[in-house]
Every structure is written in structure tokens, then in C-alpha cells.
Design a protein around this ligand. Structure first.
Ligand SMILES: [Fe+2]
Ligand SMILES: [Fe+2]
Length: 143
């Protein structure tokens, strides 16, 4: 079984943020599979998807943080920017079919992204859940 499997400790808001984190995890599982299967074309496609989707996710997450007036928004933006810079470097190497770079990228994603979701993203979970409750009263967030 893939090690990139959604677990309850990754839940943040029971809504959009969780959905996007799941998509990122699934793409990491795809990348792992493509690397194991030795499929460079698929590796390149998944890396490119991961890059684009991470951008979308960060922009959406930062919008939500602005909505709740999260005091750590600037700091959080900086964390995303540092990730983006490193991802850009590794992505460029992957485009040239460097398998080693693709493995390094996956290891980086596993370490950084999962650590980020369990750490920095978790810090605003309660506030974003409260926002979701206000947006959709009657629904239980976090399930
Ligand atoms: Fe996130
Ligand atoms: Fe984040």
C-alpha cells in the first residue's frame, strides 16, 4: 500500500482545504508509482500537475486565511513561498528527465508538505472550521 494515504490527523477544515490536501497526497502517490514503474513521461506529467496544484492550493488557502484575518498570514505566505522556490528548482530538473531529481522532489514533498499540514496548517484549523460552520450552518466540519 502507498505511504501517501490520507489519515485523520491531516484533517484541517472538513472542506476545501482537506480536499486539496488529499489531491496533493494522491498526486504524490501517483508520482511514487510512476517512479517505481520507470515511466518518465508520467513522472513529468505528475510533477507538472503537482506544481500547478500546489500553486492553486496555496492561493486558496491564503485567501481563506485573509477571510478569517489570520494574524500569521504573512508568515504563512513566506512558508509557502519558500516551498514554491524549492519546488521550482526540482521541477526544472525533473523536466529534463532527471530521475534522481524526481526522487528528491518526492522526498521533499513528503517531508515538507506532510510536516506543513500537520504543523503550520493545523494552527488555523479551529478558526477555519468556525468559518465553514458560519458558511454552512448545520453541517459538521472535520468529518
Ligand atoms: Fe495547505
Ligand atoms: Fe499552508
Amino acid at each position: 500500500m502507498s505511504r501517501f494515504v490520507w489519515t485523520a490527523d491531516l484533517a484541517i477544515d472538513g472542506s476545501q482545504i482537506d480536499f486539496q490536501h488529499r489531491q496533493l497526497l494522491e498526486a504524490m502517490a501517483d508520482l511514487d508509482e510512476a517512479l517505481l514503474a520507470g515511466q518518465p513521461q508520467r513522472v513529468a506529467e505528475v510533477v507538472s500537475f503537482l506544481h500547478l496544484y500546489a500553486e492553486t492550493h496555496f492561493a486558496d488557502e491564503e485567501r481563506v486565511l485573509a477571510l478569517i484575518a489570520w494574524p500569521g498570514l504573512e508568515r504563512h505566505r513566506q512558508l509557502h513561498a519558500a516551498f514554491r522556490a524549492r519546488l521550482g528548482e526540482l521541477d526544472r530538473c525533473c523536466r529534463w528527465g532527471d530521475r534522481q531529481a524526481a526522487r528528491a522532489l518526492l522526498a521533499f514533498l513528503e517531508d515538507w508538505l506532510l510536516g506543513h499540514i500537520r504543523g503550520a496548517d493545523r494552527e488555523f484549523a479551529a478558526e477555519v472550521r468556525a468559518l465553514r460552520q458560519r458558511q454552512q450552518p448545520g453541517q459538521t466540519a472535520g468529518t
